[in-house]
Ligand binder design. Structure first.
Ligand SMILES: [Zn+2]
Ligand SMILES: [Zn+2]
Length: 144
């Protein structure tokens, strides 16, 4: 069990959440893959190991993790939400327009934009969202 998973389990236990093998598997998948999966992708990755698991189980667990502050839900209009287990570091996402892969990257210089916005429109700013679109390395290789 990785340290990240161990720490997350501790956080869940401290909020009174009971650990089940399925819950543990979903949590490990999220924290170890860091691939920003959809609920469906998590389900497909784990259904072999847990034949009794349903997509609803995955959703319920994701909600529990979200409430405990362990994952962030990334919404994309009508498309399926993706779940980000990297909540410790502020980061941005580069999204592949061919396969949907999401990669994290850091660009702390943009924090100033929140101050600029607050000054300019008088908001109490709570966050911002920026995404980069393009074709990931894997998909670039496939194209050749
Ligand atoms: Zn791609
Ligand atoms: Zn991320």
């Amino acid at each position: 069990m990785s340290q990240r998973v161990e720490k997350a389990v501790e956080i869940l236990k401290s909020t009174g959440v009971r650990m089940t093998p399925q819950r543990h598997a979903i949590l490990s998948y999220l924290l170890d893959s860091m691939s920003h999966p959809t609920a469906d992708e998590i389900y497909k990755a784990l259904e072999g190991k847990f034949p009794n698991m349903s997509v609803a189980t995955v959703y319920n667990n994701l909600r529990v993790f979200k409430e405990a502050g362990l994952v962030r839900e990334l919404t994309y209009g009508d498309a399926s939400s993706r779940f980000d287990a990297n909540v410790e570091e502020d980061h941005y996402h580069a999204i592949c327009t061919k396969c949907g892969a999401i990669r994290d990257f850091h660009f702390p210089y943009l924090q100033d934009v929140e101050e600029a916005a607050a000054e300019s429109v008088g908001f109490r700013v709570t966050g911002h969202r920026m995404e980069i679109y393009g074709v990931c390395e894997e998909c670039q290789k496939k194209a050749h």
